[in-house]
Design a binder for this molecule. Structure first.
Ligand SMILES: [Zn+2]
Length: 215
């Protein structure tokens, strides 16, 4: 049973990795993806130094919720502590994606939250995507900061680093990742036209709340 679950999840992670690369969300060896093995305190994660588009199911490393390796030859991703901290803190999360998509990452560098500017984005992320203050990659401090912030959001920006998205499935975490990068591109265009402070979260909440009551 468990072996089947591992095989199924491995295949889906490899497929998701190729999609992330195809969509320009990961480049080189950066970025990592993980998925919980249902009903266990373990998860599979991409090994360090592997390219997402060339990932093989057998390369994935099985680790426990403290980030200790249980199975696999390769070294685990540097950011394994982030993934482990999220699984410990959020029982509902089944998959985590961490990467550096260019536009969303630029928002983190600019210390600017991503706002749910369209109704679809608002339904998905009503509180937007906040910026988590900088901590050293791979550090316990970063894992703690991520765990604290992800408690209330499904997507976060890491200042001068990248982004993290989570979901109930691998596919959902990847799809949200794609949406966050798309939202960042739209917000960048809107800010270019209307100015950086032309929109606020409070204003959006008011607008979309009204919309909901009409429908
Ligand atoms: Zn990173």
């Amino acid at each position: 049973m468990c072996t089947n679950a591992i095989e199924d999840i491995s295949e889906r992670m490899v497929k998701a990795g190729r999609e992330l690369h195809k969509n320009g969300l990961v480049r080189g060896t950066s970025g990592n993806i993980s998925a919980r093995i249902p009903g266990t305190d373990t998860f599979l994660i991409k090994p360090s130094g592997a390219r997402m588009e060339a990932l093989e199911p057998g390369e994935l490393v099985l680790v426990d919720l403290q980030g200790n390796k249980i199975r696999g030859e390769a070294q685990v991703s540097l950011e394994t502590p982030i993934h482990a901290a999220i699984y410990r803190g959020r029982k509902d999360v089944q998959a985590v994606v961490h990467n550096h998509p260019p536009t969303a990452t630029a928002f983190g560098i600019a210390k600017t939250e991503i706002l749910p500017l369209q109704i679809e984005m608002f339904m998905l992320l009503p509180n937007g995507v906040p910026v988590v203050p900088f901590e050293t990659p791979g550090s316990k401090a970063l894992a703690n900061a991520v765990q604290k912030n992800i408690a209330n959001y499904d997507a976060i920006l890491l200042e001068n680093h990248g982004i993290v998205t989570v979901g109930p499935t691998i596919e959902a975490a990847c799809s949200l990742n794609e949406m966050v990068e798309e939202a960042a591109k739209i917000q960048l265009s809107a800010m270019t036209i209307a100015g950086r402070d032309a929109m606020s979260l409070a204003e959006l909440k008011e607008k979309f709340k009204k919309q909901n009551t009409v429908e």
